[in-house]
Design a protein around this ligand. Structure first.
Ligand code: PAZ
Length: 310
């Protein structure tokens, strides 16, 4: 199913260039003995027309993926950040609510004035810029962009298969909100759908679950973390356990739409750990991703040392 989907869907631009960039990045990190995590982030679009005017989208803004990336970098991982274009990015996200021109000022008495950062933003900007420049210097972050569902799935396959050479040192952290339904290429109209044709009826097919080939074929030794989002708390843990049973990967981060920034569950086949944020922690600007990443780092280390013992 997955292979057929990939064969029949459109391939993203410059796929081979992207594959080379991912391979070079992984080889470099391998030489430095760094663990690498693939973080997927943001929603996927599902086009309704080949020459796309309209598409189906979802709610994800990429906050989970972008913030987790920063914490993985702090914990010493190199990160491949596979993200939806226009979703939140590590470091830049701290200023996402701002018009950047509002952060700057000129000396109005001087026609040749330099551009300066307003004093009230100095501290924050210095802090973020310092971390960002450190990451740039160390070369520990690779940004890979997607927009549509098929871009995402092709790039997921490319990144995962490239990670195979790292064995257990690779982690996959699949936080992207991937569409479950799509219109196959051969059933998609080429041109813009005309409203003059009357009300629109859509028939969507199920997207094959890529976790199956990912765990079995693409990157079988890696530590794989998937995410489960629900709106009904009564089915959250059972659905996570079903996924673990079906795909045989290591862990599910289970979250509810409304409370995802305050509480998650880390579910494995035999444990369920609640991670929560107090009101005080949230008011101090602390983020749940910091706790999630710390916990995963320690589980991943145990997973890697298990390899050394066997
Ligand atoms: O991207 P975001 O920060 O707005 O939301 C994060 C999330 C809810 C998409 C993520 O935590 C998640 O659960 N991803 C998987 C969604 C799914 O079940 O397909």
């Amino acid at each position: 199913m997955a292979a057929k989907f990939l064969r029949q869907s459109s391939v993203p631009d410059k796929l081979e260039e992207k594959r080379s960039a991912v391979l070079d990045f992984i080889e470099h990190q391998k030489g430095l003995d760094r663990k690498v995590v693939l973080v997927t982030s943001g929603g996927t679009t599902v086009p309704l027309e080949s020459k796309t005017v309209r598409f189906i989208d979802n709610f994800s803004v990429g906050s989970r993926g972008a913030s987790s990336t920063e914490y993985f970098l702090k914990e010493g991982y190199a990160v491949i950040f596979l993200h939806r274009n226009r979703s939140l990015k590590p470091f830049l996200r701290h200023f996402s609510g701002y018009n950047f021109l509002d952060l700057l000022q000129l000396d109005n008495d001087n026609p040749n004035s330099d551009v300066k950062v307003k004093p009230e933003y100095q501290e924050r900007l210095v802090c973020v810029l310092r971390d960002y420049q450190q990451v740039q210097k160390e070369g520990t972050l690779l940004m890979v962009e997607f927009q549509t569902l098929s871009d995402y799935l092709h790039l997921l396959q490319v990144c995962s298969t490239c990670l195979q050479s790292l064995g257990r040192s690779a982690m996959l952290y699949l936080a992207a909100a991937v569409a479950d339904f799509y219109i196959p290429k051969d059933q998609m109209p080429e041109h813009k759908i005309q409203s003059s044709d009357g009300p629109l009826q859509l028939s969507l097919q199920l997207v094959p679950k890529m976790l199956e080939p990912l765990v079995k074929e693409w990157v079988p030794q890696a530590y794989v973390v998937s995410f489960k989002l629900e709106t009904n708390k009564d089915i959250l843990v059972s659905k996570s356990l079903q996924a673990l049973e079906k795909y045989q990967h290591q862990l599910v981060v289970a979250n509810l739409l409304d409370t995802r920034k305050k509480e998650v569950k880390l579910v494995t086949r035999d444990t369920c750990l609640d991670i929560t944020m107090t009101t005080h922690e949230l008011s101090q600007g602390q983020e749940i991703e910091e706790k999630i990443v710390k916990e995963l780092k320690s589980l991943h280390s145990a997973f890697c040392s298990h390899d050394e013992q066997t």
